[in-house]
Design a protein around this ligand. Structure first.
Ligand code: GUN
Length: 293
């Protein structure tokens, strides 16, 4: 079993991005600038956004964090997004999800300018991704592809089972892995909460992607001997063993599944770190106007 080391990969890629940012600036390019909107004080969202802001600083990308209280009205948020859309100094904009229940996430996502949507959540970017046009690919699916690519894991002709059909992970990664090219050309099955015989399907997978957000759901008897297992789950659960009082837990029972795998991502230290790196890459692409003028 080989560990797919997200920490090592993320450091390696951040160095590459930092070099590219420096080269871009040295040839007259602007400092890439990411704006992040955070609504409320959800502990997980606070920590993800703090990670994004820190990673920006590490590679020479400027970031601006805009905070709103939980009870912000939707139209105020829309006004702020519209203002950022029109601000030429800001290259990329993300709104951290989830949003409070009184705000329509779809309306917010559709308000973000397509050329600043570095999360790749806008329907135009998703549509372009589906038909293989240049677009911002959302960060977690892009991070998963990056792991497969950097570890030279073969995907062509492989049976890939994705568990979880979220708009930001399960659906896009299943489309990307079935597309022509590398990493791609896989035969993909997308499973979800209504799937019958999940165990039987999952245990046939050459590549198993667990993305349903249910800690420890994937057990050893759901995994084929020699499978590649990518664990996208990052749920915070209470722990009396850590100083903070919580720990991050994946969707895979790591201890019992790892011995069966050819490769596996740990949690923490796996996909999550690559997600942040993919956001940095998209922000640099936005500053370079590589995808949209
Ligand atoms: N919530 C969970 N993952 C993400 C992400 O990648 N981007 C944003 N904006 N919100 C999230």
């Amino acid at each position: 079993m080989q560990l797919l080391d997200g920490r090592k990969l993320a450091e390696e890629i951040k160095k590459e991005i930092a070099d590219e940012v420096s080269a871009f600036k040295a040839t007259g390019g602007k400092t890439p600038h990411l704006a992040a909107i955070l609504v409320g004080h959800d502990a997980a969202s606070e920590s993800y956004v703090a990670g994004k802001v820190k990673a920006c600083a590490e590679v020479g990308i400027r970031s601006t964090l805009i905070r709103f209280e939980e009870n912000i009205e939707e139209n105020i948020l829309i006004e702020k997004i519209t203002e950022i859309n029109e601000n030429n100094d800001i290259d990329g904009l993300i709104v951290q999800l989830p949003l409070p229940g009184h705000i329509s996430e779809n309306r917010i996502i559709e308000t973000i300018a397509v050329n600043k949507d570095v999360d790749g959540f806008h329907p135009v970017n998703i549509g372009r991704m589906v038909i293989g046009m240049p677009c911002y690919i959302s960060a977690t699916p892009a991070g998963i592809l990056e792991i497969l690519r950097r570890y030279n894991i073969r995907t062509e002709g492989k049976l890939c089972v994705v568990v979880g059909r979220s708009n930001i992970v399960g659906k896009p990664v299943s489309i990307l892995l079935s597309q022509k090219g590398y990493p791609g050309n896989a035969t993909v099955t997308l499973c979800h909460s209504k799937t019958i015989n999940l165990k039987e399907i999952a245990s046939k997978a050459d590549i198993l992607i667990a993305a349903m957000g249910q800690p420890g759901f994937i057990k050893a008897d759901m995994v084929k001997e020699g499978a590649v297992v990518i664990d996208v789950g990052i749920t915070r659960i209470k722990s009396d063993k850590t100083k903070s009082g919580w720990k991050l837990t994946g969707d895979v029972q790591f201890d019992e599944v790892a011995p069966k795998c050819s490769y596996i991502t740990p949690v923490p230290g796996g996909v999550g770190l690559l997600t942040v790196v993919s956001l940095l890459k998209n922000t640099l692409l936005a500053a370079k106007k590589s995808i949209y003028n």
